[in-house]
Design a protein around this ligand. Structure first.
Ligand SMILES: [Zn+2]
Ligand SMILES: [Zn+2]
Length: 239
């Protein structure tokens, strides 16, 4: 988009106020994407969470499904938000309205909601990849942009090209936990040549929405199999 000098942009914004992507209300000049009310609602969503350190579910909504026998390949998981409005609406824009820079800005803006302690010892950030056919269709991988924003905010190295989706998987939305796990089996791989980069590293895996942990779990397995020392998961929203 063409960039006008600041004073001109102010006049344009006065005549045609930019709208909040969630509620369509005009947002003040200088505020990006969201009005202050919707931004406050996101912060409120985070505050209301009582996250399980294993599966990132919000225990304020009820007990999580962590039981003996349900284990995850990753050490810990954290989600910035619960997948409900306005978070759902924001992610819809990221995923289906082509707003990849929104994903970057969101990670930059909201990464500080996670405690610094969660990032301690992390050597690098890895995004959960999309299958190449889906990425081509969408034009980008939203998790890549979340990972970039997060890596920048936390000053962590971004590891690109160390994980690929080798199998196209069916949509998970109608599947239960065992079916999801089966559906994702062997979906990810570390390309030959990339394992050198992650050997012995503690990695932070980034996804947009985490549901049962089957996708992130399978991605973590591939990284660990290739020699990563440990994997932690950070998702933007927990469903
Ligand atoms: Zn709004
Ligand atoms: Zn749990």
């Amino acid at each position: 988009m063409h960039k006008f000098p600041d004073f001109l942009q102010r006049i344009i914004d006065y005549l045609f106020p930019p709208l909040c992507i969630v509620c369509d209300k005009p947002r003040p000049w200088g505020e990006k994407w969201l009005c202050s009310g919707c931004e406050a609602a996101l912060i409120e969503n985070n505050r209301y969470r009582d996250p399980c350190p294993r599966c990132a579910a919000n225990k304020a909504l009820g007990p999580c499904e962590c039981r003996p026998g349900i284990d995850f390949p990753f050490d810990r998981a954290y989600s910035l938000f619960d997948f409900e409005d306005p978070v759902r609406s924001v992610l819809h824009h990221v995923k289906y309205a082509g707003k990849k820079h929104l994903a970057f800005d969101l990670a930059l803006r909201f990464a500080p909601l996670a405690q610094q302690e969660f990032f301690e010892g992390i050597d690098g950030v890895v995004a959960v990849p999309l299958h190449v056919s889906r990425r081509r269709k969408r034009g980008y991988n939203q998790a890549d942009y979340l990972a970039r924003g997060l890596a920048e905010e936390r000053r962590l190295p971004l590891f690109e090209g160390v994980l690929t989706r080798v199998r196209k998987t069916a949509t998970q939305t109608t599947l239960n936990r065992p079916a999801r796990r089966k559906n994702m089996k062997g979906a990810f791989a570390v390309p030959s040549g990339a394992s050198e980069r992650i050997r012995g590293a503690s990695l932070l895996l980034i996804d947009d929405v985490m549901t049962t942990g089957s996708t992130t779990g399978e991605a973590a397995k591939a990284l660990l199999h290739a020699g990563a020392a440990s994997v932690r998961v950070l998702s933007f929203a927990r469903d």
